[in-house]
Design a protein around this ligand. Structure first.
Ligand SMILES: Cc1ncc(COP(=O)(O)O)c(C=O)c1O
Length: 465
């Protein structure tokens, strides 16, 4: 912060260089489109979406520098110049020697878990992202989430609610199932845990426990730069550090990492694995070659390698990260003014609306989070996603509720460098219209859905009972 000229401190450090026309729709079009999509936002055609808060993944606006870099993409098959630039950027940021490229984050997860986890073993995390726990299961393992107790209070201003519960981790490792823990995975920032950051103190304590029990500690580093920024803002020891310096410390503490390059690295695609052990690196490379592509492109085009290389550099720019903090805070503030609470304190990549509190008239078996997400779309063309019982609850074969999720949330994701203050204020206006009379919005039932990752593929219908 101290490096900003005070006159310029509050200025967003970019402007539009190319724009996309937003579709402006009518209520009838939205109702018809959403019904035809089985009331599932993932199936909704993007041409009917005005403000897209479904995901911050691969949705960032490319910078002119990224566009320029992609123009010199080298598409030669092996050891291309684009690979050299990509590997140099990720090596310089992470200080890891062995970098293995993949198509995206979940490919990196699949390769790591199928290589490192034996059937019956546990992967323990502050919270696994959904594809991450799916990949643990596909490798025959069990995903164990140990979020810190502070996360349970959505309204408190605890600065690091993304932390792992270190005492619970140690208890697990010291107990009868301790030998089954094959890996500890720290998700920074904690997407499944409200986008909350993880402190360096927590990473250090986790690293120490892992060292004592001989378990490798990996990072899910998709949002390493946003986590680093929040550390500089909330952890006193790092108040004078740059986000890049903190990112270096995050990576230094780990034995390895998986990364989706579609988040902080602002690339439309791509992922990677980093490890220190050359033998492990060899095994991972062999699997990437068999499943994704040669070990100097891993399924990425030269253009993606170039855009990611440049994006990695841009991700730790303090002026950009501060603008992102202001955007998330503004969205949380306008939601609050509209009468809708969100998880406090706001993270950076999304805000998580407390739908359970707003849609009190809808029982958990009728998915209040989905009701709010649907209302945001129907009222104002704003696409978001539910993170509540529809996504995380346990349902029986007839889709009746067995065990609801602990919270009924709606995630409004913030694509990087895409939406202006005007767009964020518009979301506030839509929320205010919903919050004025929440009772007019119905609940939902599941008509059909696959047994895993239900929220992506399900068909739903409105219920007013
Ligand atoms: C924390 C986290 N890990 C992993 C992934 C998976 O990355 P990808 O979408 O590149 O496969 C995501 C995607 O949203 C994520 O948020």
């Amino acid at each position: 912060m101290s490096s900003f000229d005070p006159v310029m401190a509050e200025l967003d450090p970019y402007c539009n260089a190319i724009v996309r026309r937003l579709p402006l729709t009518t209520r009838e079009q939205r109702e018809e489109g959403f019904r035809a999509a089985g009331y599932n936002p993932f199936r909704l055609p993007a041409r009917l979406v005005t403000i897209d808060g479904l995901s911050d993944s691969g949705t960032g606006a490319l910078s002119t520098e990224q566009r320029a870099a992609s123009a010199r993409a080298d598409e030669r098959y092996a050891s291309s110049e684009s690979w050299d630039r990509f590997a140099a950027a990720l090596r310089s940021m992470s200080r890891f020697e062995h970098i293995i490229p993949t198509t995206q984050g979940r490919t990196a997860e699949s390769v790591v878990f199928s290589t490192m986890l034996k059937p019956g073993q546990f992967s323990v995390s502050n919270t696994h992202f959904d594809t991450t726990s799916a990949n643990v299961q596909l490798a025959g393992g069990t995903a164990v989430n140990l979020p810190c107790p502070e996360f349970a209070d959505l309204d408190s201003d605890e600065p690091f609610k993304g932390n792992i519960d270190v005492a619970a981790l140690e208890q697990l490792l010291a107990g009868p199932d301790g030998h089954r823990v094959g890996i500890v995975l720290m998700t920074i920032t904690n997407n499944g845990g409200g986008g909350q950051p993880v402190s360096i103190a927590n990473l250090r304590a986790t690293r120490e426990v892992c060292r004592r029990y001989g378990v490798p500690m990996f990072l899910d580093a998709a949002r390493f730069a946003e986590n680093a920024w929040l550390v500089t803002r909330r952890e006193a020891e790092f108040a004078a550090a740059t986000p890049r310096e903190v990112a270096g410390i995050e990576f230094d503490l780990a034995d390895g990492f998986v990364i989706s390059l579609k988040k902080d690295s602002m690339s439309p695609g791509g992922g990677a694995i980093g490890v220190r052990d050359p033998q492990l690196a060899g095994a991972l490379r062999a699997k990437v070659i068999a499943t994704a592509g040669f070990s100097t492109y891993g399924g990425m085009t030269g253009e993606t390698l170039e855009e990611a290389a440049r994006g990695i550099e841009e991700s730790v720019d303090p002026a950009y990260l501060y603008a992102r903090e202001r955007a998330a805070q503004l969205l949380a503030d306008v939601a609050q003014e509209a009468g809708v609470d969100s998880i406090r304190p706001a993270g950076l990549h999304a805000i998580y609306l407390n739908a359970g509190r707003l849609m009190r008239h809808i029982p958990q078996a009728r998915f209040p989070g989905h009701s709010l997400a649907a209302a945001l779309y129907l009222e104002g063309g704003v696409r978001t996603s539910e993170l509540g019982s529809l996504y995380l609850g346990e349902l029986d074969d007839e889709f009746r509720m067995v065990k609801p999720a602990p919270f009924e949330l709606v995630r409004v994701a913030l694509p990087r460098r895409v939406y202006t203050e005007n767009h964020l204020r518009y979301i506030g206006t839509v929320l205010a219209r919903i919050a004025k009379e929440p009772e007019r919005w119905p609940g939902y039932r599941v008509v059909s859905a696959p047994p895993t990752l239900r929220h992506f593929e399900g068909w739903y219908d409105q219920v007013r009972d």
